[in-house]
Design a protein around this ligand. Structure first.
Ligand code: NAD
Ligand code: ZN
Length: 393
């Protein structure tokens, strides 16, 4: 089969590789009908997330048709159309029982790497390095899905792929980000750093939860424009404006109630001087993560407010713990507990509360993948989200 394969930093190719096969009776094999590139994939491409190996198959946002099931699979059968969450979870361990699916204790096959880096090992994830299990991903014609009875959600509707694919990650991720920020409390003002796909869905989710104001910060004009049109948010271009001052001004000096860091480890600094300072810090500290959005969020959110961090970090960063502590802030984070949100969010999609396809700018097949990665990384050509359909080659 064909798949997008990591060959080293900034070296992703469409290659012919072995077909996956059932390795455990709880597996199924999926024929992928649609797969997308995520901001999280950029951290692999750029070498920010360690423990990648040459030959690793990428991709954790995918859906398709079940073509084979293991002997113990009960919920799925051949021919079912499913969306697969990016977290691989057993459904049985202490963490899964408490619905902390991205912290599953049993699915990370490379737990020793994660324990060395973080103290404890989070769940296995598709196509996301040998820190999170070294599983092959779904930017491929076929993919093996472990714990097939726990993850994939069966589609009983005839909505096209483009309208359901993002249940695999970024809609639930935006949702959990908003939940961690305002927890369904009405009347809050939320500031969202990053107008990428996750930021866009965090905005929509915050509105659905009853936010009173949503303000989005980025510097890419078409992403800010989408946050205004698709997200009905107010926007701040941080290349033109001092973000902290602008947020103070917009909130009568108090600051927003909550902030969402939908940027993560590869934040850009402010202007040329900022970029140079960041590079110096990067080289002198040896840290690969650049926490500018996170730092700005700590300074900008109101006293006693909440910080929600869906943005992915891989390493230690300089964190303003003094301001955080003295302002009495709370911070919540994590890879999304996908299985918790799939069914309720599918219902909202089916009810027409949100059209997930509204962020797609680029469509192609797997052979377009390597170019799509670059276009998405560089935010060229108005790119916001790329979707590939393997069968169209
Ligand atoms: P993306 O790279 O498309 O979007 C990031 C956006 O942040 C870009 O538009 C960029 O211009 C903007 N940005 C950069 N520096 C900034 C700054 N200093 N201030 C404000 N905006 C800035 O990525 P995405 O797909 O939207 O993902 C966003 C983050 O969410 C990534 O870190 C990704 O890894 C993470 N993510 C986490 C989960 C999870 O489960 N927690 C799931 C999916 C994605
Ligand atoms: Zn993703």
């Amino acid at each position: 089969m064909r798949a997008l394969v990591w060959n080293g930093t900034n070296d992703i190719r469409c290659e012919t590789v072995d077909d996956p096969r059932i390795e455990d009776p709880r597996d199924c094999i999926l024929k992928v009908s649609s797969t997308a590139i995520c901001g999280s994939d950029l951290h692999l491409m750029d070498g920010v997330v360690p423990k990648m190996k040459q030959g690793d198959i990428l991709g954790h946002e995918f859906m398709g048709e079940v073509v084979e099931v293991g002997a113990d699979v009960k919920r799925l059968k051949v021919g079912d159309r499913v969306v697969v969450p990016f977290t691989i979870s057993c459904g049985e361990c202490w963490f899964c029982q408490r619905e902390m699916y991205s912290l599953c204790d049993t699915t990370n096959r490379t737990a020793e790497n994660a324990r060395a880096a973080m103290g404890h090992a989070p769940a296995g994830l598709f196509g996301y390095s040998h820190l999170t299990g070294g599983y092959s991903g779904g930017q491929a014609e076929y993919v093996r899905v472990p714990h097939a009875d726990v993850g994939p959600i069966k589609l009983e509707n005839d909505l096209p792929d483009d309208k359901v694919l993002f249940l695999s990650d970024i809609f639930p991720t935006g949702w959990m980000a908003a939940e961690n920020a305002i927890g369904y409390e009405k009347g809050k003002t939320v500031a969202v750093w990053g107008a990428g796909p996750v930021g866009q869905f965090a905005v929509r989710s915050a509105w659905m939860m009853g936010a009173e104001r949503v303000i989005v910060i980025d510097r890419v004009p078409e992403r800010l424009a989408l946050a205004a049109s698709y997200g009905k948010a107010e926007t701040i271009d941080y290349s033109q404006t001092d973000v902290k001052e602008a947020l103070d001004e917009m909130t009568g000096g108090r600051g927003p109630d909550a902030g969402i860091d939908a940027v993560g480890a590869e934040a850009h600094g402010h202007g040329v001087l900022g970029d140079i300072k960041d590079k110096v810090e990067l080289h002198t500290t040896g840290m690969s993560d650049q926490p500018f959005a996170l730092q700005e969020m700590v300074m900008s959110v109101r006293k006693g407010g909440t910080l929600s961090v869906p943005g992915v970090y891989a390493d230690k960063v300089t964190f303003p713990i003094g301001p955080f502590m003295n302002k009495g802030l709370t911070m919540k984070s994590g890879q999304t507990h996908m299985q918790r949100y799939l069914a309720p969010l599918l219902k909202r999609v089916e009810a027409g509360e949100i059209d997930l396809s509204g962020i797609i700018t680029h469509r192609g097949d797997l052979k377009d993948g390597p170019d799509f990665y670059k276009t998405f990384r560089d935010k060229d050509d108005g790119c916001i989200k790329c979707v590939m359909k393997p069968e169209e080659l």
